[in-house]
Design a protein around this ligand. Structure first.
Ligand SMILES: [Zn+2]
Length: 197
């Protein structure tokens, strides 16, 4: 898979901003699994797409174009031949390896609290869209959440489902999360169904 100039420019026109910490998640995943040489490989692909990313210079609280984050994920996918399921698994690893997220989630005593906080985590990392809780059913250990008004890229959807699972992991719960509706599959919005044990 290599991207055409038109595809790259279309991605870069996505009208949304992402926090620098999302790029650091990509960087730390690459460093853990593929080391410095892996990161160089990703950086070379991005440079070839004329959108170089200097991961080490990224500031966690600064806003960057979301299109650039998409290119970062696509470059990882290309460099290491990652499947969408592996991108989701990458999302699962995100929260446990983030110092800030671990610090915040230390305060969560229940899965319900964690799900309610997803909205805050969403707003912290993305400038557009609304993450909402439709239901939390403690008895059946199931919750439905939606994301509206922000259609970035299907890889971000996969990553996000994994990220929610990763938040559950920090608080010691076995959480599953699947994207059950998606605008990239013709649905009017994104829906994430969360279940836990
Ligand atoms: Zn989606």
């Amino acid at each position: 898979m290599t991207l055409t100039k038109e595809e790259i420019e279309k991605i870069m026109q996505i009208d949304c901003l992402s926090r620098g910490s999302t790029f650091q998640t990509d960087q730390s995943y690459v460093m853990r699994h593929y080391g410095e040489a892996g990161l160089e490989k990703v950086k070379q692909i991005l440079a070839g797409w004329n959108h170089p990313i200097d991961y080490k210079a990224i500031k966690s609280m600064q806003w960057y174009p979301s299109g650039l984050r998409v290119l970062s994920l696509l470059a990882l996918q290309e460099a290491f031949d990652l499947t969408p399921a592996q991108i989701k698994a990458m999302g699962v690893e995100g929260p446990p390896h983030s110092f800030v997220v671990r610090l915040l989630t230390n305060l969560f005593l229940s899965i319900e609290m964690m799900i309610r906080a997803c909205e805050i985590f969403y707003r912290r990392n993305w400038s557009r869209g609304k993450f909402e809780i439709v239901s939390i059913d403690s008895e059946h250990k199931c919750s439905v959440t939606t994301l509206k008004g922000n259609d970035i890229h299907p890889l971000i959807c996969q990553f996000s489902a994994g990220y929610i699972m990763g938040l559950g992991k920090i608080i010691g719960k076995k959480v599953s999360c699947d994207e059950t509706k998606c605008t990239f599959r013709g649905d009017p919005y994104h829906e994430f169904t969360i279940t836990w044990e």
